[in-house]
Structures are given as C-alpha cells and as structure tokens.
Design a protein around this ligand. Structure first.
Ligand code: TRP
Ligand code: SF4
Length: 326
C-alpha cells in the first residue's frame, strides 16, 4: 500500500504565485508516489474570519479550480472540503480532551500572535485549538506525510504528540504524521517584500494576460536605477527575482547581463517577464476557464471527492469509537 499524503490550504483568498511555488507545485508531484488527500480548509478559515463566512464560500470552489488547473488530478487524489467531513470535528473533540493546554500555549503561532488576534477580535477558542483541528484533518485520513512550509513545523510537532498520546491511551493505530518540508524559493512580492495578501503585493495566479502586464508595470525595480542609462543590480530587483521563477535560464542570464550594462530598460525587462508568466499560465488558465464554464462538472468533482473522503473518515472514526467502547 502506498503511503498517504495529507495537506490543505485555508480558503481565505484567491491563490497567488507564492501558494503555487510554496505548496501546489509540490502537491502535484507528490501525486506520483503517494495516495493524496487535499482539503479546502474552510473551518480553519473561520478561526479568524468568522465575521465574513460568505467570502470563504466563494474562495473554496475557486481554490479547488486552481488546484485542478495546475494538475491536481481529482480522479487520483482525494480533493474535498473540510466542512463536508463531520468526522473531522468528532475526532477533534476527542483530541481536545487529551491535549493539555500547556501544549497549545507553547505553540509559537499562537503565543506570538495573541495581541494581534485580540486586536482582530479573533482571540477565540477555535483559533487557540487550530492545531488540534489540523491534527484531526491529518489523523482522520491516517496521513503519513504532510507537506508544509517552515511556518507549519510547530503544528506538525504538536500533531505527532497528540497522535502518540491517542495511540498510547486507546490502542489506536493512527500513524504519527511526518512533515515533508517544501523547499520553497524566496517568493518576493511586487514591492520586494515577502509576498503576502496583507501587504497588497501579490502576483495573482491565473489572471488574464492584461492583468499580468499591468501588474508587471507596477513592480518595484532596483531603486538605485533611476535613469534609463543607469546600470542596475538585478540581485536587489523584485522583477529579476520573479524572472528566476518563470523565465528560461538563458533569458535570465541575458537579463542579468543587460541590466548591469544598462543595455535593457526596466520596461522591456518587465514586459519580458509578463510574457513568460503568461506563457506559463496559458494552459492552466484554459483549464480553469473550462471549469468555470461547466459549474456542473466542478460540483461533481467536489461531490465525488467529499464522498470518498467521508468513507475514509468514517472508517477511521469507526475504529477509534470501537477502541473507546462506543
Ligand atoms: N494550517 C495550514 C495552513 O495554514 C492549512 C491546513 C489546515 C493544513 N489543515 C491542514 C495543512 C492539515 C496540512 C494538513 O497552511
Ligand atoms: Fe530590475 Fe530588469 Fe530593471 Fe534590471 S532591468 S533593474 S532586473 S527591472
């Protein structure tokens, strides 16, 4: 039997290229070697966004469309929506009994954001137990490997402790999930800072070519390159860093050389970048449009995925209940 990969994304936003290079690209590859479960995590999105549930409904389908557009194969992998699997919450409840508060207090993603959460009116029980729910996401499908970024490592450590405790207490046989660290290249936003929705500096995925051209025009360049005749330094330029993700290596080398000698202007450089991003997005964008134009097809895919996920979740929860004598 193949090992299982389990992962998910919160349904808070349209995806951007950071999500692609940081996670999705890796998911697509993992499908070759693992049985994969990919969840659109709408409960997790509610932890700090419970005041605006309607926007998340919109992003849920949208996100799944993007996954499929980039090569997640819903026949092979199980693609599901978290809120469609009630067993996850049942397991989370059991986990919440065996998780000492001290374990949660120590989680850095909680400890270090308390003030921020208070200011956002999101200092709540759901947010506190976020990693417990995440553990249930993984354990309900007996996930062996969890591809995550560095920021999620403390959560995975906690997940292993919780699962270990469950197995110890009740003789269940849930695998302790291991992280598969995704090596993500540094993804800088259009302004050179880390790409983040909250900075308003994202490069969107799967937009019309003109949107990408307009975005490229607005990108920050080497600040020291003021006039067209000034030589530039690609190493400090967000445009060049993005070339590294999308442009062929020969073209990267040309840009690198021609920027330093001022043989190329920043506008030309940006237009080259936009062309390469658009070439990269072409096929996925077509696939996305196909799904947009066939809402019935997408709904069927999601329904099928949720059904298969539910069957697995019922199996696990059945085993756990029987160990509890319920
Ligand atoms: N917390 C993850 C994130 O913010 C999303 C997530 C929810 C997740 N449940 C999960 C990731 C289970 C892996 C496994 O990216
Ligand atoms: Fe940046 Fe390109 Fe301008 Fe050089 S030419 S500063 S790499 S945008």
């Amino acid at each position: 039997m193949k090992q299982r990969v389990m992962s998910g994304m919160r349904t808070t936003n349209r995806l951007h290229i950071g999500n692609y290079f940081g996670a999705l690209k890796n998911w697509v590859e993992l499908q070759k070697d693992y049985d994969c479960f990919f969840g659109a995590m709408n409960w997790h999105a509610l932890t700090d966004g419970y005041k605006t549930p309607d926007i998340f409904t919109k992003f849920t389908k949208d996100m799944i469309m993007d996954w499929i557009a980039f090569g997640i194969d819903p026949k092979k992998s199980i693609v599901y929506i978290q809120s469609e699997i009630p067993e996850v919450l049942e397991l989370q409840m059991l986990f919440s009994m065996i998780t000492p508060l001290g374990w949660l207090d120590r989680v850095t993603t909680w400890k270090d954001s308390i003030e921020d959460l208070k200011s956002k009116d999101a200092y709540n029980l759901g947010r506190y137990s976020y990693p417990v729910l995440q553990t249930a996401d993984i354990a309900i499908f007996k996930g062996n490997k969890v591809p995550v970024g560095l920021d999620q490592v403390p959560h995975l450590e906690l997940s292993r402790e919780i699962v270990r405790r469950l197995n110890h207490l009740y003789k269940t046989k849930i695998p302790e999930p291991a992280q598969l660290l995704t090596e993500n290249p540094a993804i800088v936003g259009t302004d050179g800072r880390k790409m983040s929705k909250s900075y308003g500096n994202i490069i969107p995925l799967l937009e019309e070519p003109q949107v990408i051209v307009d975005m490229a025009k607005k990108m920050v360049t080497d600040p020291a390159r003021v006039r067209r005749t000034d030589p530039g330094n690609p190493e400090v330029c967000p445009v060049f860093m993005t070339h590294k993700l999308f442009s062929p290596t020969t073209e990267q080398a040309e840009v690198d050389r021609d920027c330093r000698t001022a043989a190329i202007g920043c506008m030309d450089c940006k237009m080259k970048l936009a062309t390469n991003i658009n070439a990269f997005m072409k096929k996925p964008l077509e696939k996305r449009k196909e799904l947009l134009n066939n809402p019935g097809q997408l709904d069927e895919i999601i329904e099928d995925g949720c059904e298969r996920a539910r069957a697995e979740a019922k199996k696990t929860m059945g085993e756990v209940r029987s160990e509890l004598g319920w």
